[in-house]
Design a protein around this ligand. Sequence first.
Ligand SMILES: CC(C)(COP(=O)(O)OP(=O)(O)OC[C@H]1O[C@@H](n2cnc3c(N)ncnc32)[C@H](O)[C@@H]1OP(=O)(O)O)[C@@H](O)C(=O)NCCC(=O)NCCS
Length: 182
Amino acid sequence: MKIRESIESDFKEILNIQIQAFGKKEGHEVAGLVDGLFKDSTAMPLLSLIAVSKNQTIGHILFTQSKVVGSIKPVSSVILAPLAVIPSRQRQSVGSQLIEQGLKQLSESGIELVFVLGHPEYYPRHGFKAAGALGFEAPYPIPEKHAGAWMVKALVVGSIESAGNGRVLCAAAMDKPEYWRE
Ligand SMILES: CC(C)(COP(=O)(O)OP(=O)(O)OC[C@H]1O[C@@H](n2cnc3c(N)ncnc32)[C@H](O)[C@@H]1OP(=O)(O)O)[C@@H](O)C(=O)NCCC(=O)NCCS
């Protein structure tokens, strides 16, 4: 398996992966989000990685720009969304490798914080922690019972502490309440 940045000709396949991974109904919504983000100047620069095995695209991860407002010190940040692996290749570490490669590249480009709204059992394996308790508000309120799904990871040691707190603003294409229901 190889992981590489996606190019324009991968686009159709990337949308197809969302539909396979999330199922038809939710998959179309997620594909719509990905399509919107690719066209959204406020999401740039984005990082889009695909996992390819035997010429087949089997996974995709997307990171887009975010802004933390109201923090004590300015901090650079991105949001991880979505992450998708085709069903026949799930639980074979494809998702984990996409996350790790993404975090490595973002770290090299100087990004300090990565936020995600996702499975609270999955992302802590990659060093994510509950973000609300650390003082970071999501773009839309996350219901108390799902508070653990809103997470953050620091790529630069001490950046959570120096930011202190803040409200996270996402790219325009993601700025819809339906994308923030966990
Ligand atoms: C979630 C997803 C991206 C994980 O990718 P993956 O390649 O299957 O995951 P990995 O192989 O790296 O990790 C597997 C581990 O993650 C856990 N895991 C996988 N999906 C999970 C989920 N939905 N909730 C909680 N844990 C999950 C499994 O328990 C597994 O651990 P185990 O092997 O010890 O049981 C993939 O299953 C997927 O595309 N699911 C459908 C789309 C989706 O829900 N995406 C949103 C992610 S927030």
